[in-house]
Design a protein around this ligand. Structure first.
Ligand code: PHE
Length: 496
């Protein structure tokens, strides 16, 4: 069989044939275009003409003490040189003033010289034993070789430098080389076109063009590289769905006052969700909004229902309790901040969503983490009903491929009626709770001057991810995440 080669393929082939085995660096020097050489190597590899050999090669780099020693000499060398000119007794060791040597370095240097038997103590005096200049020259020469990435000549010196702390660091680099395997017959095809450019199209007749053939059936070796986490993709998908439906995004802080996390939405100050078991409290207290009118409306609503017709909780609302700082337990804190800041028009008609992190003081188990993500939203408008809310929820989850959804009544202090929806999880053939929703109670809207109907909902994003990927959450993220899957997962198609 005669293979068709480009000129560069032939050149690479001949070179490797001649050398039998050749380093990549050497091979890359045989032609100007390194890309062409690499491509030729790949072609020859795939034909089985040559074989790639990858070896790990150790090399060294200077560390901080190595750099210093190369510039200023070793500290023991400096001390040795000082001893050449000064008579020093052992009792002086701790009090010597030597330029460029700190006190603790003198002691260290003394220790090294002693160990290396370059000095001895005679009658309390430090006496030099043998000339050390050769040894230091060799160490410095080796440091210089390391600095220049040259071949290291003295293995003794290398060993000593490795023993000394922070003089050199050992690293590894990959060395690629190519081995010649098989003789083949080839023919050089000049003028084969690799890339079609506008110029070629303009100057030649298309039917006469001779294109280089590409091997397109072989897949490249998968690389271990970072990629977008599947959970992050779910965030993106949710955001896209909301934006397409005309929602605006809202953002709020992780650290919240109880006022925004609970009081403003008419959660009673005795509610069990306020317990330390459920909520992470911080030590310090936060500031309440400066708007005194808002504070007194919220207070009245809790005490006696204010103008809403409700009786409220019939207690005395505690301002200090509302100042406590917590890690937001739900993104509904952000919803209520947003309700407060809406323009007059938006208080009649608007749609907002939030995708963010929340915190709950949960014991970690297979379906609970103390940190997780919620996506929530609300719609303010006329004539909105529970039916609208349920239709919205169905429509929303359909976009993520969840078509079997069922509802049941539930309870929230700030919504009435409240509804919980579950979705059918195909993999485990079970119904899993998906979303909590409802119509905001008038007591939770009156302080913000909102008289329209507000339908609202919130759901755990990790839950939705379990539906999308049909996997338990522990496989998707956390310590036990399934790394093989994270590396190779395919993003499922949705109806977006
Ligand atoms: N805050 C609720 C939760 O954390 C979700 C929710 C938001 C329910 C808005 C009703 C309305 O589960």
């Amino acid at each position: 069989m005669v293979l068709n080669f480009t000129a560069i393929e032939a050149k690479v082939y001949e070179e490797i044939k001649k050398q039998k085995e050749i380093d990549l660096d050497y091979l890359l020097a045989i032609d100007e275009s390194k890309d062409k050489i690499r491509r030729a190597v790949e072609t020859l590899k795939s034909q089985g003409t040559i074989e790639e050999v990858i070896e790990k090669e150790p090399f060294y780099e200077l560390d901080c003490n190595g750099i210093d020693a190369l510039e200023n000499g070793f500290i023991d060398e400096r001390f040795y040189n000082y001893l050449k000119e000064h008579e020093v007794s052992i009792s002086q060791i701790n009090s010597l003033e030597i330029s460029k040597l700190k006190k603790e370095e003198v002691v260290l240097a003394f220790g090294i010289l002693k160990k290396e038997q370059l000095i001895e103590i005679i009658d309390g005096k430090i006496v030099l034993r043998k000339d050390s200049s050769e040894k230091y020259d060799e160490l410095k020469k080796t440091l210089q070789q390391i600095k220049n990435q040259e071949k290291i000549i003295s293995l003794n010196a290398l060993e000593e430098l490795q023993k000394r702390k922070e003089f050199i660091v050992k690293k590894e680099k990959q060395k690629k080389s190519y081995k010649f395997l098989n003789l083949i017959n080839y023919e050089i095809l000049e003028d084969q076109i690799l890339y079609l450019t506008p110029d070629i199209l303009k100057s030649k007749e298309i039917s006469n063009l001779d294109f280089k053939e590409f091997e397109v059936t072989k897949l490249p070796v998968p690389k271990d590289i970072g990629r977008i986490h599947p959970l992050r993709l779910v965030f993106r998908q949710i955001r896209e769905v909301y934006l397409e439906m005309g929602f605006k995004e809202m953002k709020g802080p992780y650290v919240e006052t109880c006022f925004w996390n609970m009081d403003a939405m008419f959660i009673s100050q005795n509610h069990p969700a306020r317990d330390v078991q459920d909520t992470f409290y911080l030590e310090k207290k936060g500031d309440l909004p400066k708007d005194q009118e808002l504070i007194s409306k919220v207070s009245e609503i809790h005490n006696n229902g204010w103008n809403t017709g409700s009786t409220g909780y019939k207690y005395v609302w505690d301002l200090e309790m509302a100042k406590k700082l917590v890690l937001r337990t739900h993104t509904t804190a952000t919803t209520y901040r947003t309700l407060y800041n809406l323009s007059k028009e938006e208080k009649e008609n608007s749609k907002y969503f939030c995708i963010d992190k929340v915190f709950r003081n949960e014991t970690i188990d297979f379906s609970h983490l103390p940190e997780f993500h919620q996506a929530e939203g609300f719609i303010i408008g006329d004539d909105l009903s529970l039916g609208d809310l349920m239709a919205f929820i169905k429509e929303f989850f359909k976009k993520f491929g969840i078509t079997k959804v069922r509802f049941k009544p539930t309870y929230n202090p700030y919504t009435e009626p409240s509804v919980e929806a579950s979705g059918y999880h195909e993999k485990t053939k079970t119904w899993l709770e998906l979303i909590n929703a409802g119509i905001f109670r008038p007591e939770s809207l009156a302080p913000f001057g909102i008289n329209k109907t507000v339908i609202a909902w919130g759901f755990g994003i990790e839950r939705l991810a379990m539906f999308i990927y049909q996997k338990p959450i522990k496989d998707i993220h956390g310590d036990e995440a399934n790394l093989d899957w994270l590396r190779d997962y395919v993003v499922p198609k949705t109806e977006i």
